[in-house]
Design a protein around this ligand. Structure first.
Ligand code: GUN
Ligand code: FE
Length: 446
């Protein structure tokens, strides 16, 4: 583990935008965790000859390897990992009451929290998630264990202590005054670590669990510390009905959040499956980002989220695994489900709603970075950005991807595109042989 100066030479793939995937043979130089130069193989050879890279570790990729930006998970629940795969035959509100709240209550026990969170962080890094935006539990100390694990394993992380003040059967909520005090304690504690990779996020669970007084207070705290704010919106029809019933003065789900002033350009909302045109216009005008969570939207039968419609409304979108509503912690899975759900919508008669693999790859990298306001720091290989990246070996040992001699003759450029395409559709953590976060090597099975 360390921040050496490194040069990779070989295939580099990253997105400039939703429409533009860049794949080229070249080099990328990293100093002190930052990208300082990129260019062609010819330029590399010239610079290498003139001694520019003396003292650098030079990694020449094989013909079946490439470098891509690290994956960004814009929405996941760290305390729910022990429940992955359980109870997914129930709709959202029942699933929360029966499975989720009772499990999350256990994180009062900081020892239990530390044990689970250390595994969660390592599991995500192993799967190439270099940045994660996490919901913790209601507990300050338990959620600080997640902060410590992210710091220990060098993951870039946005972490929120979940806020809830409405009574529920599990007895999993806090009184308003105590909750606001706890959130401020949590935010201050995270800031006091002065870790460049980890930041606090104010986290009202959703309008079902928080009343207006709490959300107003949370909005003030987020503004005071200029922190991000995350929640859930319009995931499930019964949830929406309940929110509208309990907020009769609000004309929509989005309006409930807007009245508490939590919609702004530091705000990330998960799901957004059933938004009206008016709500899309509101979120876009306020600069809110959306975390698209296709796995849990399908598993909990919440709905097929029309991502293309959200993107076309000028809203920044990233991907979320949403464990344990989602049954898979890997962003590669989220990429595939994004393609599948959007394709289902198109097959049901919504022209042009499907997203192709290049677009889904953008959402998993630069799109996610932009959704978390980290687009100037990570997400692709622009000079000056931090080096958060994955070294992928398409034919790594044990890989699911069969080595194919190639039925057709391919140019080098066609070969490079096909390698990435194969990985997107068939790859898994075994193909991710190295993971870097800000130049720190955090996984190495090369
Ligand atoms: N809405 C409020 N809490 C949750 C949660 O934990 N998971 C999901 N999928 N939706 C929620
Ligand atoms: Fe969620």
């Amino acid at each position: 583990m360390g921040k050496k100066n490194i040069v990779f030479v070989g295939i580099l793939a990253s997105s400039d935008s939703l429409e533009k995937l860049k794949i080229n043979y070249g080099y990328i130089a990293i100093e002190q965790g930052k990208i300082t130069k990129t260019g062609s193989i010819k330029e590399f050879e010239r610079l290498a000859e003139s001694g520019t890279f003396s003292g650098y570790q030079i990694i020449k990729l094989s013909a079946n390897q490439f470098i891509i930006p690290g994956f960004v998970d814009c929405h996941t629940h760290a305390p729910q990992f022990p429940n992955i795969g359980l109870g997914l035959d129930r709709p959202l509100l029942e699933w929360l009451a029966k499975y989720t709240f009772p499990l999350e209550k256990r994180y009062k026990d900081t020892e239990f929290a530390a044990k689970v969170y250390d595994q969660v962080v390592q599991r995500l890094l192993r799967n190439g998630t270099t940045t994660a935006c996490y919901f913790g539990s209601l507990h300050v100390d338990g959620t600080l264990e997640l902060v410590k694990s992210a710091i220990k394993h060098h993951q870039r992380a946005l972490i929120g202590k979940v806020s809830m003040n409405k009574e529920n059967d599990a007895g999993y909520y806090n009184n308003t005054k105590q909750e606001l005090a706890d959130v401020e304690t949590f935010v201050k504690s995270v800031i006091s670590y002065q870790n460049e990779l980890v930041e606090p996020v104010v986290t009202p669970r959703f309008a079902v669990s928080c009343d207006k007084e709490l959300m107003d207070g949370l909005s003030e705290i987020a503004n005071k510390y200029n922190s991000k704010i995350q929640s859930h919106i319009s995931e499930n029809l019964s949830e929406i009905e309940y929110v509208l019933q309990t907020n009769p003065d609000c004309k929509s789900y989005g309006d409930v959040y807007n009245k508490s002033q939590i919609l702004n350009n530091r705000c990330i909302m998960a799901h957004a499956v059933h938004l009206t045109d008016e709500e899309l216009t509101l979120l876009s005008a306020k600069g809110v980002s959306v975390a698209h969570c296709p796995a849990s939207n399908t598993r909990l039968k919440s709905g097929l989220c029309p991502v293309r419609r959200i993107i076309d409304s000028n809203i920044t979108v990233g991907l979320g695994t949403d464990v344990a509503g989602g049954d898979n912690a890997s962003i590669l899975d989220a990429i595939r489900r994004t393609m599948d759900v959007s394709t289902c919508l198109e097959m049901q008669g919504r022209p042009k709603y499907s997203l192709n693999w290049r677009e889904a790859f953008y959402l998993a990298t630069l799109g996610g970075a932009q959704a978390l306001n980290l687009g100037d720091r990570i997400g692709n290989f622009d000079v000056g950005k931090d080096f958060d990246a994955l070294l992928v070996d398409v034919y790594a040992k044990g890989s699911q991807i069969d080595q194919f001699a190639g039925a057709l003759e391919k140019t080098d450029d066609e070969h490079a595109v096909e390698l990435l395409e194969k990985f997107i559709f068939l790859g898994d953590d075994r193909n991710i042989v190295q993971v870097y976060v800000k130049g720190n090597l955090v996984k190495d099975t090369l």
